[in-house]
Design a protein around this ligand. Sequence first.
Ligand SMILES: [Zn+2]
Length: 309
Amino acid sequence: MDARLRHPLADLVTVMWHYVRDPDAEPRVGATAVDPVTFEDQIDLIGRSRTVVGWPAVAAALGGGRGLPSDAVLLTFDDGLVDHHRTVLEHLARRGWPGVFFVTARRTGERLSVGHRIHVLLATLTPDEVRAAVLHRLGRTDRARFLGAERRERAAGVDAIDVLKRPLQRDLAQAAGPILSALIDERWGSEADLADAIHVSATQVADLRGAGMTIGGHGRHHLWLDWEPADRVWAEVADSAAFLADEPKPWSFAYPYGAGHPVAAAALAKAGFSAAFHARTTMATGPFDLGRVDAEAAGVGTMLRGSGR
Ligand SMILES: [Zn+2]
């Protein structure tokens, strides 16, 4: 293909991690994770197969500047999880590699996002138990909405666990969110303390920054930006921009749940962001539509090994 027609990031592989931890690491979560040994294997493979680049180099290429190596890889870590400070940082620092950490703009003492409340509850309850506990406490109208949303997701063919999660995170977030919080408080005493323990602190973010890592935006309450009303989308983006105020530009963003939307892209551009990543491997159609590969996906090793063309 004519080089001028090639997307500037056509050769880039961007990898996305979430939890990087042993199953029994505290605080416990009932969510998929990459264990530290597997993580080490993955980055060994990356070191043998590819050239790790940082966000500034990717942003420059995206802006029409110097191109990236044909075997470039960008390492990204979502949700501002304590795992990234506890486990990931030392692995990257030892190799002198940069990474992008998409940290939510939550403040110390704030509750978990609805998505992360579900993770915490699923550490000790089965999905059916969470479902039953929520249904039991919902009012009649919300219960009907929940069952309708479940039917919709099941018909859409999403994974069984997402038939539970999506209605709670999207349709029922306002009604079921406080119920999930109550279930957590009843079991652990303080959801806010648990939230502080799961996420990086401001000091830990400073450590990441001090080690040469890039901090990016990920909203504040980890919402589906393709679902929420526009005023809440703009507020999430504004909170992220305020959180990054002292970070060098260009700023990048990762859509929570990978869910981009034109309203979110417009809000991001207005707030001073230069690019945003979703969570699929499709070719980018613009700076606010950058794809990523999930480090938990089957076949990720083949992708990382690549051929260098
Ligand atoms: Zn996230």
